[in-house]
Ligand binder design. Structure first.
Ligand SMILES: [Zn+2]
Length: 177
């Protein structure tokens, strides 16, 4: 079986679980399977079904102990699992950022760091990132870098330069935490 087939099988099993036990249970299994967790994560909230693109958002106050929820479309399990997992990882980076003491980075900086982690963090999901999603993450890195102040740009210059190299999948350096 290819990894794509394995993921499709898994997606089907989460869909069956959703049907039998509800979406909260199914998404809980999904998070456990891919080891996505944070003490401040409180659960999922839902927006109407989407067909074209998968949009996830983290909602909650910034603070070491403040609880966070991730809003997802109610048909989230209709999307390819590799896509869903990498986007959930991105939201869990935001949850971690919000729980960091005295965290005050601007939105461009927060997004830049989260997209960068999605490509380079050694902790990122081990399942393959599609070419489409990789291009989307690189475009986001570019967009948020351009929105930063010169001072902010200087703090992420090494990361930006690395992202610019557009390494091949096989040569992914994954050298940062
Ligand atoms: Zn984000």
């Amino acid at each position: 079986m290819t990894s794509k087939e394995i993921l499709e099988d898994l997606r089907q099993s989460f869909l069956r679980e959703q049907k039998a036990l509800g979406i909260h249970t199914a998404l809980g299994s999904l998070l456990r399977t891919f080891e996505l967790s944070h003490p401040n994560f409180e659960g999922f909230i839902f927006r109407p079904a989407e067909t074209k693109s998968l949009v996830l958002t983290t909602e909650g106050k910034f603070g070491v102990d403040d609880k966070q929820q991730i809003r997802v479309p109610e048909n989230i399990l209709d999307f390819p699992l590799s896509y869903t997992i990498h986007l959930l990882f991105h939201e869990f980076i935001h949850i971690r950022q919000r729980a960091t003491p005295n965290f005050s980075a601007s939105r461009p900086l927060r997004e830049f760091e989260a997209y960068f982690a999605g490509l380079f963090s050694p902790n990122r999901p081990v399942i393959p990132l599609s070419e489409h999603l990789r291009e989307q993450f690189l475009a986001a890195i570019e967009k948020y870098y351009q929105q930063m102040t010169e001072e902010e740009k200087a703090t992420v210059q090494d990361k930006y330069d690395l992202a610019q190299k557009r390494w091949p999948e096989s040569g992914d350096p994954r050298f940062l935490t």
